[in-house]
Ligand binder design. Structure first.
Ligand SMILES: [Zn+2]
Length: 280
């Protein structure tokens, strides 16, 4: 029932939104994406904590990892609860990591940013799903050096579904074909590297590359190439800085998924600035 309603809402969005054009709409959308971004960020915290531990992301409700007490809905308000509780559990006063409100705030900023930049774009829901999933996967990769396969599959499925609805709404076969081509290019080239040079890329990176190719490709081949190179460039520059400052050794493996997520997200936000001939 719920997925069907979600699909209908996405379809309605794709058909009607491009026809609207006023600042009231942009403001309403920004407010909506702020609330949505904070809520999704709160859920991503659950995903980032539980998925690598192979726990359910639905049950049980959030609890304090120290005293096991379930949190009340009022203690679960994104960012606000952390500030009101001054970063401590109400019963056992164990400090709560500042990472939780930071992830919620970052998700909200990305959602509001996307809604301002793509206010009349039927691909906006796909961007929300993509940046949320990419943020969670990037952080899990830094934490565990792994990109959990079920999470990458969910990410791929939801992004592909939202892009399909957008393509149906706008009847744009051209964009869909370019996106599929980019998916094959990014995913296929990573798969080739994994075969030719075993150990250089993890299986998770290869699977994730298909999602990145599909999503950035929905904005044209130029955007896909910007993401492709931005990811490698970011990985190189950040690693060099970490090695130079002694925070990382040269033998340490790279959480490449984190840079892939960042590179693709940057490319999507930059895509409207690309010259028209690169927007294919
Ligand atoms: Zn506690």
């Amino acid at each position: 029932m719920l997925p069907a309603l979600f699909a209908l809402a996405l379809l309605a969005w794709s058909c009607y939104v491009p026809a609207m054009d006023d600042t009231t709409w942009t403001l309403v959308l920004a407010g909506y994406s702020l609330v949505l971004g904070l809520s999704v960020g709160s859920f991503l915290n659950v995903v980032i904590y539980r998925v690598p531990r192979e726990l359910s992301v639905i049950r049980p409700r959030s609890f304090c990892p120290n005293c096991d007490r379930q949190l009340t809905p009022l203690e679960n308000v994104p960012v606000v609860s952390y500030l009101v509780l001054r970063g401590k559990c109400r019963t056992c006063t164990t400090p709560i990591s500042a990472r939780y409100p930071i992830i919620e705030a970052v998700t909200a900023v990305l959602f509001v940013g996307a809604s301002c930049e793509f206010a009349h774009d039927p691909r906006l829901p796909a961007i929300w799903i993509f940046v949320g999933g990419a943020l969670a996967l990037g952080i899990i990769d830094v934490d565990t050096m792994r990109l959990p396969t079920p999470l990458v599959r969910w990410h791929f499925g939801l992004v592909a579904f939202a892009l399909l609805i957008a393509a149906i709404g706008t009847r744009s076969l051209h964009h869909a074909l370019v996106a599929l081509g980019c998916m094959v290019f990014w995913g296929g080239s990573f798969a080739l590297v994994a075969i030719v040079a075993p150990g250089k890329l993890g299986g998770g990176d290869v699977r994730f590359a298909y999602v990145l190719g599909l999503m950035t490709g929905a904005f044209g081949a130029g955007t896909m190439l910007v993401g492709y190179f931005a990811a490698s460039f970011l990985g190189l520059v950040v690693s060099l800085i970490l090695i130079a400052t002694g925070k990382m050794s040269t033998k340490q493996p790279l959480p490449f998924g984190c840079y892939l997520a960042a590179g693709a997200t940057i490319a999507i936000f930059l895509s409207p600035l690309l010259p028209a001939r690169f927007q294919l």
